[in-house]
Ligand binder design. Structure first.
Ligand code: PEP
Length: 255
């Protein structure tokens, strides 16, 4: 099945309003290829400015996190309805930095994803093993445990992101073979829960030191349907080069 590739930029704690505006104006000046979905995920405070610049463009807007409650005593959190109100369409959930630095659990990630979808957001749900888990031969068991959180979700509004923790921000990416093995496993796990047809339609992104130099190798793998990009999404040249690589890979795919 041909899945439209998705290239999503996770800006983490980078770019306030002014920097977001100038980055996105620069991105929109580029001739972005057809046949690739593009999303950027700036920090919360920059989302309204980003929504203004991106209005009417082909670039979608995502948040880096979302809370599970609609409202309440949750200091520092942002609800899904608050995001849709300002034009946000996507939310990243379960990123490894949330899991390791902010005590995100499989259960809280599942709750965030459910609330996001209930409010109409599309979810990019992140899974991935640490280096210790990979070295211990536990990669697939970890993925199995983490991906169980998507079982109650709507697959039409779901994207998975395989992000090996040891590859995030380290400059050391998974090989194409390692990524394909993990992605095929995740698709099989989706098929067990949702059936083969729905599993085939879900996009599974690779994330972890993806950059222009390794994009073609990773994105050409049959179960790699795009990328969730951190560092390389902060530069218009490298982000747009990865978008072009995704378009080239999709064009070369045998229908
Ligand atoms: C990420 O934060 O999701 C990520 C993949 O980061 P990087 O591309 O910098 O490794």
């Amino acid at each position: 099945m041909a899945r439209t590739p998705l290239i999503a930029g996770n800006w983490k704690l980078h770019y306030g309003v002014a920097a977001t505006t100038s980055f996105l104006e620069g991105l929109l000046e580029r001739e972005l290829p057809d046949g690739v979905d593009v999303v950027v995920c700036p920090p919360f405070v920059s989302l309204p400015a980003a929504a203004m610049v991106l209005s009417g463009s082909q670039v979608g807007l995502g948040a880096q996190n979302v809370h599970w409650a609609e409202s309440g005593a949750f200091t520092g959190e942002v609800a899904a309805g608050m995001l849709t109100e300002i034009g946000v369409e996507w939310a990243i959930v379960g990123h490894s930095e949330r899991r390791t630095l902010f005590a995100e659990s499989d259960d809280t990630a599942a709750g965030r994803a459910r609330a996001a979808q209930a409010a109409g957001l599309k979810v990019i749900f992140c899974v991935g093993e640490t280096l210790a888990e990979r070295d211990a031969g536990e990669t697939l068991a970890v993925l199995e445990r983490q991906v169980a959180a998507v079982d109650g979700l709507d697959t039409e509004q779901l994207v998975l992101a395989y992000e090996p923790v040891w590859a995030i921000g380290t400059g050391r990416n998974a090989t194409g073979e390692q990524a394909q093995e993990a992605h095929a496993f995740l698709r099989g796990r989706l098929a067990a829960s949702f059936g083969r047809d729905r599993a085939e339609a879900v996009r599974i992104l690779y994330g972890g030191s993806l950059k222009p130099a390794n994009a073609a190798d990773l994105l050409a793998r049959p179960d790699v349907d795009g990328g969730l990009i951190g560092g390389a999404s902060l530069d218009v040249d490298s982000f747009s080069a990865i978008i072009r690589a995704a378009a080239d890979c999709a064009a070369e795919e045998i229908p």
